[in-house]
Design a protein around this ligand. Structure first.
Ligand code: SF4
Length: 291
């Protein structure tokens, strides 16, 4: 659902630390899907229709200038070996956006012309049309995955997890760098047993090429009291696993939002367990970060 075509007024690239070096100005805002833990509507007043930014050329020129100012990428780090990396999907899902406008294709084409940089975004939507975009390894797509059972409960309107896994080899063959986000990782009684079939499915379905390039980002659940209140009136079942105050503590985000996450010592145990499981069951897969 597109709510509007609007002008993106403020153009800035924000430094980032985990998935990318920078967050690029977005080409859209909002999402057709409705994951019950999503932070995007928190920033939009809890309605989440898509606004498409019409000044995509201006946005592209701004990104090109920003990348030129960075100079050559000289120091390989956890984010990348060769390039400055720009997150372009912070305010929505790029694969869903690409089904309704050309902005994502335009941005991907732009990065093919920028010698020192690549782009990245996470997605929960399968858009096979994107297999024709020819990104020439300048796009890192991160398929977000979680156990099937939990996804059915909290990933509202997204593509089924198996569909996401099924296209990963095709995306690698089509010139994408294919990574995964294990996110959000949600704690509940028996959570570890539910991840094992997912790791097995990945191991069985990915070919050697995709496995070789696979890197995982592991992100534990962050939730929010206002979103919890909203969800209680339309999706209370999910809140039974998302809202567990006895296990969670308050955290202020970089943008000033008041969120909750698993308590520090408890979370460390969860992170260590998840890392151990990935290392054991997906031995090809490197971990970019886990938090
Ligand atoms: S797909 Fe991403 S942006 Fe869209 S609702 Fe889900 S978490 Fe939010």
């Amino acid at each position: 659902m597109i709510s509007s075509w609007v002008l993106k007024k403020s153009l800035t690239c924000r430094p980032n630390t985990r998935s990318s070096h920078f967050v690029a100005p977005s080409h859209s805002n909002g999402c057709t899907m409705s994951c019950s833990y999503c932070y995007v509507p928190r920033r939009k007043g809890y309605a989440n229709p898509i606004s498409i930014f019409v000044n995509i050329e201006q946005i592209g020129k701004y990104i090109s200038r920003h990348a030129a100012k960075q100079g050559m990428f000289m120091q390989p780090d956890h984010v990348d070996d060769k390039y400055w990396v720009y997150e372009v999907g912070e305010n929505g899902d790029c694969s869903a956006d690409a089904a309704i406008c050309d902005n994502v294709k335009d941005i991907m084409d732009l990065f093919k012309t920028i010698p020192n940089s690549k782009l990245t975004f996470a997605t929960k939507f399968v858009n096979r049309e994107m297999l024709t975009y020819d990104p020439q390894l300048k796009t890192r797509i991160r398929f977000s995955l979680m156990p099937h059972k939990m996804s059915k409960l909290v990933d509202v309107r997204t593509s089924p997890i198996s569909d996401r896994i099924d296209v990963m080899n095709d995306f690698a063959d089509a010139g994408y760098e294919v990574n995964v986000n294990f996110a959000p990782v949600i704690y509940y009684e028996g959570w570890t047993e539910d991840w094992l079939p997912l790791f097995e499915e990945l191991y069985d379905k990915l070919n050697e090429k995709t496995k070789k390039g696979l890197v995982a980002e592991i992100i534990f659940l962050t939730h929010n009291e206002q979103l919890h209140d909203v969800n209680m009136s339309w999706h209370p079942k999910a809140e039974e696993v998302l809202w567990t105050p006895e296990l969670q503590e308050t955290k202020f985000s970089q943008t000033g939002g008041k969120n909750v996450r698993y308590k520090r010592g408890f979370k460390k145990e969860l992170v260590d367990k998840m890392v151990e499981m990935v290392n054991q069951h997906l031995p090809h897969c490197r971990i970019r970060y886990a938090f």
